[in-house]
Write a protein that binds this ligand. Structure first.
Ligand code: NAD
Length: 248
């Protein structure tokens, strides 16, 4: 482990353009289960069922069904605190050693930890947007939690609100920002993602085509382990990154 810490510290110090990609695994130490892990929603309810309901077609055709499921299984992250790994990444950005974080997560924990340049490609769970294009008023979690009906509606125009997250069947947000940051990096670090979700996994694949350093810090295998300059199989990412910071 000490050798890996030295190597990661050196990679960070010598790179002029480091971008970090994060997935659900960086937030498990903050208490939010990933989807595929032991306590994850895919294991408990089945991936197909989740994909059929957390889906833009279901939201449009049967918003009651969608919200009954969403309210039960997707909780607010408003009171969750960032993990040591989120804080370490914010510190690395503050020291000029990380340029940006591209995240699949919808929990807002990078921003809470103090990271300034965060590209959230799957949106933000604690935001809800009016589906009336002419309105697009934004609401917070409290508004939705205290709304008297299953489907929360806009108080201006009474149209349904949609969680500001990318549902199955929708394009990701900030596509070009994420692609440009990832493929333009000189060092790419992937933390807590199995790299099975596209298009992000494809961006990482494109980056690897140019033979630049790829560092993967993940508990268990990812789809891109074969391309990594270094793979750290770490279950305690916060601890690991803290020790890297101490070496810098
Ligand atoms: P994933 O579930 O496919 O992969 C997560 C990976 O992180 C797994 O390989 C797991 O073994 C690993 N992991 C778990 N704990 C770890 C730890 N402490 N340190 C290092 N690695 C750890 O997640 P994904 O690739 O991000 O894709 C799943 C989708 O689920 C994404 O689209 C994301 O939007 C969504 N999601 C988001 C959240 C969140 O916002 N916190 C939570 C669950 C799922």
């Amino acid at each position: 482990m000490n050798k890996e810490i030295e190597q990661v510290a050196l990679m960070l110090k010598t790179s002029r353009n480091t971008v970090v990609v994060t997935g659900a695994g960086i937030s498990t130490e903050a208490g939010i289960p990933d989807f595929r892990g032991e306590h994850g929603i895919y294991r408990q309810l089945g991936e197909d069922r989740v994909m059929q309901i957390i889906n833009i077609d279901c939201f449009r055709s049967n918003p009651d069904h969608f919200y009954l499921f969403y309210r039960k299984h997707f909780h607010s992250y408003a009171h969750v605190r960032p993990s040591p790994a989120h804080l370490a990444l914010a510190q690395l950005e503050g020291q000029g050693l990380v340029k940006a974080v591209v995240t699949q997560n919808i929990d807002g924990l990078h921003q809470k930890a103090g990271s300034r340049r965060v590209v959230a490609i799957h949106g933000t769970a604690d935001r809800y947007v009016c589906t009336n294009r002419a309105c697009q008023e934004v609401y917070d979690q409290d508004y939705v939690d205290t709304y008297p009906l299953t489907v929360p509606c806009c108080e201006q125009c009474e149209e349904a609100l949609k969680p500001d997250v990318v549902l199955f069947g929708e394009p990701i947000k900030n596509y070009y920002d994420a692609l440009e940051l990832i493929t333009g990096a000189h060092l790419l670090i992937v933390i807590g993602s199995s790299l099975t979700v596209y298009p992000l996994a494809g961006f990482v694949r494109d980056y690897c085509n140019s033979n630049k350093d790829l560092l993967i810090i993940n508990k268990g295998p990812t789809q891109m382990d074969y391309a990594a300059t270094l793979k750290v199989d770490a279950g305690h990412t916060g601890d690991f990154l803290g020790r890297v910071l101490d070496r810098i």
